[in-house]
Design a protein around this ligand. Structure first.
Ligand code: C2E
Ligand code: MG
Ligand code: MG
Length: 757
């Protein structure tokens, strides 16, 4: 409503001017009434808007300041109107209070617009905008100066300094306002409203031009035709702010610097072809040069920014490409890149693949945690890349499965051997032991990649079935063997349910007197079709399927029961210990300690007679496993380290691990009897056996020498300090009945011995 009323006032101004100028009716002073009258209407609208619209604090400040500015302007022009009626019929000089009030109003309006936030963040962005605005300001200022202010100053009838000052302020307001509002994004103060306010500055500039161009009637035209537009704009602006809701964010005007340059060009053309004084020409040309220079700087900055953007985009693209084809954890090529390379190779020539799988990786993950698992994978990826060297490209196909695309098929075996050798020692910062099983396969050009991968996979599984930690080259027909092994896993369950497993016992014999001091319990599978299956064949499958837990429980219970039976038959001296084997997987079973307790209690066997044989492995160090081992130790159960000396960390393991017995591995017994006693060769062959017995002595551990196959070996080991031995020479693994017979014979010897004495 106020906007419409203000517009009516402005139209009345036009009507009055037409009537007045054509009929010469009434005093010219009436022209001075329209602006203050319209302004009062606009002020009423502004005030009501401020009262009824919820405003952001920044917007509130803007409109408050603007309202004060409008009051000052109204007062200034009301005083001017009074002066006009007093001096009628002459046109008035602007009284000083009027100049001061109007000037203050304009300054305040300028301040209000200047304080509207631009909504930009970042130093660089602000700097760029500062430059843009300087360019735009210079361009606008040049035009307004050249076409507006300069003619007023050079006019034949010079304008009074107060009026010039007001016009100058109006110009500044127009220029500053326009350049500023072009950059205001959508913020708390409505952008269109600010533009309307800034436009009122432009009206003031037009007023000046109109006043100059209108000759004698110029001031009247300006007062009646142009100035009443200012209240209309203010009223429209406050209406905009009231309606502003859900405004969308828009970018500032990026064309302004170019428009500014164009504007100075117009001024330059005008001085070039017009008749401006020399000094004016100079000013315009200098301003134009400045604007051109600044635009050049702006262009250069934009160019630099674009180059940086382009570079960043290229880097992003490269990174994305790398991420799509590489494994994020290890940085190796991923499955899809590997497949692509393999397809490319097979399209033209023979290809060879080495498939590598970590042994027992799930156990590492379960016992040491996923971080350790990840660390192991990363460390292994490094080992693999190094082992592959220039002969092949490593990739991680997923999980714990890796592959190498071997460049020259003739080098395949060398690569496989290097990979196996590289995992001999501990890897990574945590010095973890990692063993791998690998399958090597090649195929002529034209073979489907999936066929080649399947062959390598078969070979890898055969390697696993053959006891892991080795590699196998694919041969035709291997699938059948692999299938058989897969079937083995399924059959284990059935065998367990059908009671096809039984336990045999191998004597542990005193090397001095040849008497049995204990027995090791070894499981056997009496398969209905295949006959006796070796544990070397089915224990890995049982571990993989988890069936080792119920199987181990069966062996443990059966062993304890049998031991108790022997003791009750032959007396407590007949048998000092029974030693079943325990797989690491069983130690992860939460019921394991309970099972041991129950087996001992149900059989009525003392815990001190039970020895659990454990094979060293990467996972024996897990915190949970160590806790279980200490619990067993505290119960009085003894722990033996089986196959001692074959693992990498045997020695350090002894400290963390509450072991009571070490069993020297058969590989250090083999050939120990060769070489003349005292010679360097004999010394070398005995070196490990001697070191282990000395170490065990120092740590207070008992020893057992495994795999003794002849008397010479037994003698040498005895001489080295071993008191207990095990091996085919001292007694093969046999049924309980045969062990009973040996006990009976020994008991007979014992019974006869005192009689003979
Ligand atoms: P191990 O615990 O080191 O057992 C010794 C292995 O060496 C036995 O093979 C035994 O028959 C064999 N052996 C003993 N003396 C000699 C010898 O003088 N010469 C030769 N060449 N061999 C000898 P077996 O019974 O085939 O067991 C193989 C492995 O299977 C065992 O090695 C053990 O690690 C594992 N195993 C056997 N029974 C069980 C079981 O109940 N549970 C678990 N978890 N593992 C078992
Ligand atoms: Mg054993
Ligand atoms: Mg052994």
């Amino acid at each position: 409503m106020p906007a419409a009323t203000a517009a009516v006032v402005a139209v009345l101004g036009v009507v009055w001017y037409v009537v007045w100028s054509s009929a010469g009716a009434g005093p010219a002073a009436v022209a001075y009434l329209f602006m203050p009258a319209g302004m009062l209407v606009a002020l009423a609208g502004l005030r009501s808007m401020r009262r009824t619209t919820p405003l952001h604090p920044v917007a509130g400040r803007f409109w408050r300041t603007l309202e004060i500015a409008c009051w000052l302007l109204t007062a200034g022009y009301a005083i001017l109107a009074g002066a006009a009626f007093r001096s009628s019929p002459d046109l008035p000089f602007m009284p000083i209070p009027s100049v001061v009030l109007a000037g203050a109003g304009m300054l305040l309006a300028m301040a209000a617009v200047a304080r509207v936030p631009l909504g930009v963040t970042g130093r660089q962005e602000r700097g760029k905008q500062g430059l843009d605005r300087t360019i735009a300001f210079l361009g606008c200022a040049t035009v307004l100066w050249h076409f507006g202010l300069a003619p007023m100053i050079d006019a034949p009838e010079p304008w009074s300094p107060p009026v010039l000052a007001i016009v100058l302020l109006a110009f500044l307001f127009a220029t500053g306002g326009i350049t500023k509002v072009s950059y205001i994004g959508q913020g708390p103060v409505d952008r269109a409203a600010v533009r309307l306010v800034a436009c009122s500055g432009l009206v003031a500039a037009v007023v000046a031009v109109a006043a100059v161009a209108g000759g004698a009637n110029g001031p009247v035209q300006a007062q009646a035709l142009c100035l009443p537009l200012v209240p209309v704009l203010v009223a429209l602006a406050s209406r905009r702010q009231r309606a502003a809701a859900g405004a969308r964010v828009r970018q500032g005007n990026i064309m302004l610097p170019y428009l500014a340059m164009l504007a100075t060009d117009i001024a330059v053309a005008h001085v070039l072809f017009g008749s401006s004084p020399r000094s004016e020409t100079r000013i315009v040309v200098i301003a134009s040069l400045l604007v051109t220079g600044l635009v050049t700087v702006r262009q250069f900055l934009a160019f630099r920014e674009n180059t940086a953007l382009l570079r960043r985009q290229r880097e992003d693209e490269a990174r994305l490409r790398h991420e799509a084809t590489h494994d994020p954890l290890t940085g190796l090529a991923n499955r899809s890149l590997f497949r692509r390379r393999l397809d490319e190779t097979l399209a033209g020539e023979e290809a060879m693949v080495l498939l590598v799988d970590l042994d027992d990786f799930t156990t590492v993950n379960d016992s040491l945690g996923h971080d350790a698992g990840d660390e192991l994978l990363v460390a292994f990826a490094g080992v693999l890349a190094e082992a592959a060297g220039p002969d092949g490209e490593p990739a991680r196909l997923g999980g714990d499965e890796f592959a190498i695309l071997v460049a020259d098929p003739a080098r395949g075996e060398a690569v496989a051997t290097r990979v196996m050798a590289a995992t001999d020692g501990p890897v990574g910062a945590s010095r973890l032991l990692v063993h791998v099983s690998a399958g090597l396969a090649s195929a002529p050009a034209g073979t489907a990649a999936s066929d080649l991968l399947r062959a390598a996979d078969t070979a890898m599984h055969v390697a696993k079935e053959r006891g892991k930690n080795n590699w196998v080259r694919y041969a035709s027909g291997m699938e059948r063997a692999a299938q058989q092994h897969a079937r083995l896993g399924g059959e284990l369950r059935r065998g367990l349910d059908e009671g096809e497993f039984r336990v045999v016992y191998q004597p542990l014999v005193g090397l001095g007197d040849g008497r049995i001091v204990g027995v090791e319990a070894l499981v056997r599978w009496q398969h209905p079709e295949r006959g006796l299956v070796s544990p070397a064949e089915f224990i890995p499958a049982a571990e993989r399927t988890g069936l080792i837990v119920p199987l181990g429980r069966f062996v443990l219970r059966e062993t304890c029961r049998q031991a108790a039976a022997w003791i009750s038959e032959f007396g407590p001296e007949a048998l000092a210990k029974v030693a079943p084997n325990v797989s690491v997987r069983q130690l992860h079973d939460p019921d394991f300690v309970g099972d041991v307790k129950a087996a001992l209690a149900d059989a009525g066997l003392g815990a001190e007679r039970l020895v659990l044989e454990l094979t060293e492995s990467a996972v024996l160090r897990g915190a949970q496993v160590l806790r279980v081992l200490h619990e067993l130790h505290d119960m009085g159960v003894r722990l033996a380290l089986d196959d001692f000396g074959t693992g990498e960390s045997s020695l350090s393991l002894l400290r963390a691990f509450p072991a009571a017995i070490v069993k020297l591995d058969k590989s250090f017994v083999d050939g120990i009897e060769l070489g003349e006693p005292g010679t360097a060769e004999a010394d070398a062959r005995q070196a490990v056996a001697r070191a282990v017995v000395q170490l065990a002595g120092a740590l207070g551990l008992d020893t057992v020498a495994e795999g003794i196959e002849n008397q010479e070996q037994a003698d040498r080991l005895h001489a080295l300090g071993y008191t207990v031995g095990q091996g085919y020479h001292l007694g093969r693994p046999v049924s309980p009945a045969e062990i009973s017979a040996r006990f009976a014979a020994e008991a007979g010897l014992r019974a006869r011995a005192p009689a003979a004495a």
